[in-house]
Design a protein around this ligand. Structure first.
Ligand SMILES: Nc1ncnc2c1ncn2[C@@H]1O[C@H](COP(=O)(O)OP(=O)(O)O)[C@@H](O)[C@H]1O
Ligand SMILES: O=C(OP(=O)(O)O)[C@H](O)COP(=O)(O)O
Length: 400
């Protein structure tokens, strides 16, 4: 594994330590519905506080596209973070400039300060050197504990790491070690499940994934785009119409690589995106113009279970449906329980990851039955492809 420095290599007492964490947690009505990512970063923050650092947390939340958007403020996460850390967390409503600088100046050793959503500034996603310098000004040392955001070459994950002495946090260290241990030489057949809603940012990486796995099971919003690429009318389903050619290319690559793509043959349909919406099950070639596929259907669930039975290794990111809304959780819950059962029977090594995927496994009551659960979704898939993650590469470059 690439070498990087860790918290064992730095004296932090009295220093301003900028820590990149991933607080992009599932929320419902202003309430954190799954605190896995908060609990994951707690050991690093607690260690820094105990060692007398002034800890300054950097994080993104949602995708506000470089503009201030109060509906995507990190302030709502503070109570759940305080609970996970068992300590007070201060909040500054900007991550750079006078507001952030004044809040940092008030810190005393042991304090923890959370800065507002880094994505409120366009410089974050552009990895603008001026934005990275404005972040670097706030700290003496940088720690990256956000493996799940390490596939983004952003100001707070990559740019700032190049400007300050940089270290991996405990969660980052643990994720990389665990994934390496579980998946360095996966036993075949390997099945990858990719679902969820981040179709545009995850579709591209499927092209590389098909050469690494024997089955690619596609679910969730991702499946709709593939079905549309095959000429099916997907009604009002979540679908990236401008990515149909990309989906076709991935199917061709899969065929050439000998990877079987598994798409749902039936789906649970509704006209409203809400819990207990009136719904029906139908084949995927019989979707009405006003209907949305919100989950896979029973035939698809049985097919996925059959694929899991043939596999020795499972890697999974992205739910099969809108699992937050009953009864559209059925596909995800059934698949999760099947994978857990096979894992417990010693027949399958199962690794799953992603903010919502972990929430879905918790919802199904089986997160602790998987071989390994990562906080990361997209980053985990890119790691699996063998890609160098910019957030990790920046730490490694510093260590060299
Ligand atoms: N068919 C679907 N239509 C709309 N949304 C869906 C569908 N299937 C899954 N989703 C949504 O996908 C979201 C999770 O996707 P994503 O963010 O890609 O996963 P992760 O956070 O695990 O990486 C969930 O909020 C879920 O409601
Ligand atoms: O939730 C995240 O990723 P995931 O959905 O792949 O688990 C990370 O916080 C990255 O967010 P992004 O995909 O908006 O860059």
């Amino acid at each position: 594994m690439a070498a990087f420095k860790t918290l064992d290599d730095v004296m932090v007492a009295g220093k301003r330590v900028l820590v990149r964490v991933d607080l992009n947690v599932p929320m419902d009505g202003g309430r954190v519905t799954d605190d896995t990512r908060l609990r994951a970063v707690a050991p690093t923050i607690q260690e820094l506080a105990q060692k007398g650092a002034k800890t300054i947390l950097l994080a993104h939340f949602g995708r506000p596209k470089g503009k201030r958007d109060e509906s995507q403020s990190l302030k709502v996460v503070v109570p759940a973070l305080e609970k996970a850390l068992m300590q007070d967390v201060r909040f500054a409503d900007d991550c750079v400039g006078e507001t952030a600088e004044a809040a940092v100046a008030k810190l005393t050793p042991g304090d923890v300060l959370l800065l507002e959503n880094t994505r409120f500034h366009a410089g974050e996603e552009k990895n603008d050197p001026e934005f990275a310098a404005a972040l670097a000004k706030l700290g003496d040392v940088y720690v990256n504990d956000a493996f799940s955001a390490a596939h983004r070459a952003h100001g707070s994950t990559e740019g700032v790491a190049r400007l300050l002495p940089s270290y991996a946090g405990r969660a980052m260290q643990a994720e990389l070690e665990a994934l390496q241990k579980a998946l360095a030489e996966p036993e075949r057949p390997v099945v990858a499940v990719v679902g969820g809603a981040k179709v545009s940012t995850k579709l591209d990486l499927l092209g590389n994934l098909v050469s690494k796995v024997d089955y690619l099971v596609i679910g969730g919003g991702m499946a709709n785009t593939f079905l549309a690429a095959q000429g099916l009318d997907v009604g009002k389903s979540l679908c990236e119409k401008d990515l149909l050619d990309t989906a076709k290319e991935i199917e061709a690559k899969a065929k050439a690589a000998g990877c079987a793509i598994v798409l749902p043959g039936d789906a649970r349909l509704a006209m409203e995106f809400k819990a207990n919406a009136v719904n029906r099950v139908a084949p995927v070639d019989a979707i009405g113009p006003e209907e949305m596929m919100l989950d896979v259907g029973p035939d698809a669930i049985a097919q996925v279970a059959g694929v899991f039975e043939k596999a020795k290794t499972l890697v999974w990111n992205g739910p099969f449906g809108a699992f937050e809304l009953e009864p559209f959780d059925e596909g995800t819950v059934a698949a999760a329980r099947k994978a857990a059962e096979l894992t417990e029977a010693g027949k399958l090594l199962s690794v799953a990851g992603g903010g919502d995927t972990v929430a879905a496994l918790n919802h199904a009551g089986v997160a602790d039955k998987f071989s390994y659960v990562s906080t990361a979704g997209g980053a985990f898939l890119e790691w699996l492809e063998g890609k160098e993650l910019p957030g990790v590469a920046a730490l490694t470059a510093k260590a060299a």
